[in-house]
Ligand binder design. Structure first.
Ligand SMILES: [Zn+2]
Length: 74
């Protein structure tokens, strides 16, 4: 994936959290309870066979990480 900010090739890697990976519109009082947040979005890739791992692209130059949660990566 090309970095949407600088156009350089990004490095594919992983973001992992013991309690699952979710985006929520509001900060949860206890991060581990994000799986119950209203309007939450599950970020983990189903191909990873785990609810707590998301494939993510990193740009070292911009210090940005992009999680493309709608796409499966090997
Ligand atoms: Zn970049």
């Amino acid at each position: 994936m090309k970095c949407p900010f600088c156009g350089q090739e990004m490095t594919l890697g992983y973001i992992q959290c013991r309690d699952g990976l979710f985006w929520t519109p509001k900060k949860q009082l206890v991060a581990a309870l994000s799986c119950f947040g209203k309007n939450r979005i599950r970020l983990a890739n189903s191909a990873s066979n785990s609810f707590n791992t998301a494939c993510a692209f990193h740009c070292d130059a911009c210090r940005k990480v992009v999680i493309d949660y709608g796409v499966e990566y090997p």
